[in-house]
Write a protein that binds this ligand. Structure first.
Ligand code: ATP
Length: 364
């Protein structure tokens, strides 16, 4: 059992820099929570405060309703896997995995059994006599996870554990960690700056920016209903398109107008924004080539001049200019054969657009 609660946690470093501001976060028992955000947003600091490796300036952290803010790391019953793996180079894989159990005074026979079991689970049981330098990056990463597993902690904290692996291995390791989480049935708190890792691994994701929690929810909900412009732009690749626009009303129906096109909106809660500027957000996959508009979607024409076409095999990423200053990016059907310089009537699905308040940056 391990639920975790951050209650108004702030971290100000000695030089005055506030890395985490008033963080409130509830993590459920057995949850796979991913803490994600750009470099420097305060995610590692948050994890280190939970692990007890960094002091808390104000607020409290609870594990299972037990206040741990003042407990040393060893009394928190959690294990951390670091980005660097932090393996002891002079020790074998077995010794690396056994080390913390020896410190705890666990009997030798138990250590043998626990290390062997964890190594088998992770597929590294044939490597127990090797030193870290005789291992590949992927194998080292598994040893680092194995060292955490043998302790049988009530929560695992992981700080970018896959960032040193190549792209293919990372995809594989992502799936393995997901399976491990299901098998162990333990709380995982995982830090990454990689939005794809966050989307694919987290049962919920918490997005931070500049020390402030922006939104916490399931990956799908955050993707479909981002709270603000930062979250909307952070998740999704290529990023959401943002265009300056104004809202108008025609026959009681709201219309969003940019300098180049207008879209009718079906929403009814927009009275306060009529005749005011807004930011229009359009995900690249909500834009279609006219010949490949799926049935049931009412497309709205926008004329654009194709500037760059990236052929990805399963889709085409197309950058197109709406005007001299404004460009949009679209994820089009791979059969959409386009050449730079061509003018095209792209189709926008107006049911899937987003609106933001330009002053507050919050979703409308
Ligand atoms: P990254 O993905 O780059 O590791 P992060 O989101 O994990 O970034 P943190 O490592 O938590 O970010 O750092 C948050 C901010 O606090 C950064 O601006 C960093 O420069 C600053 N910071 C971290 N450690 C210290 C320190 N010991 N003293 C002063 N500032 C620090």
């Amino acid at each position: 059992m391990a639920s975790v609660r951050f209650e108004r946690v702030t971290k100000q470093y000695e030089n005055g820099y506030v890395a985490v501001k008033d963080l409130n976060l509830d993590i459920c028992d057995r949850e796979f929570l991913v803490l994600v955000g750009p470099s420097g947003c305060g995610k590692t600091t948050s994890l280190r405060m939970l692990a007890g490796l960094e002091s808390i300036t104000s607020g409290h952290i609870y594990i299972d309703d037990r206040r741990v803010s003042d407990l040393p790391p060893k009394d928190r019953d959690i294990a951390m896997v670091f980005q660097s793996y932090a393996l002891y180079p002079h020790m074998s894989v077995f010794e690396n995995m056994a080390f913390s159990l020896e410190l705890q005074g666990v009997p030798k026979a138990d250590i043998q059994q626990r290390v062997k079991q964890a190594a088998t689970q992770l597929g590294i049981d044939t490597l127990l006599d090797r030193k870290p330098k005789q291992l590949s990056g992927g194998q080292r990463q598994r040893v680092a996870v194995g060292r955490a597993i043998v302790r049988n902690p009530s929560a695992f904290l992981m700080d970018e554990p896959l960032s040193n692996l190549d792209a293919k291995l990372r995809v594989q390791a992502r799936a393995e960690l997901n399976k491990l989480h299901k098998r162990l049935g333990t709380t995982f708190i995982y830090v990454t700056h990689d939005q794809v890792e966050a989307m694919t691994m987290g049962s919920r994701i918490a997005i931070m920016n500049q020390g402030i929690l922006q939104q916490i929810d399931t990956p799908q909900t955050i993707y479909e209903q981002p709270n603000n412009i930062f979250v909307a732009g952070f998740l999704g690749s290529p990023s959401m398109n943002f265009l300056e626009a104004t809202l108008h009303s025609h026959d009681h129906q709201p219309i969003v107008k940019t300098s180049r096109f207008s879209l009718p909106l079906k929403r009814h809660n927009l009275e306060a924004y009529i005749d005011r500027p807004v930011i229009l957000g359009i995900r690249p996959e909500s834009i279609y080539h006219p010949n490949y508009l799926p049935p049931g979607i009412a497309g709205h024409d926008i004329q654009a001049e194709v500037s760059v076409v990236e052929t990805m095999g399963h889709e085409r990423i197309v950058y197109a200019a709406l005007s001299r200053e404004e460009e949009i990016v679209a994820r089009l059907d791979p059969r959409a054969n386009l050449t730079p310089g061509e003018t095209i009537n792209l189709q926008i699905d107006s049911d899937r657009i987003h609106l933001f308040d330009p002053d507050t940056q919050q979703a409308i």
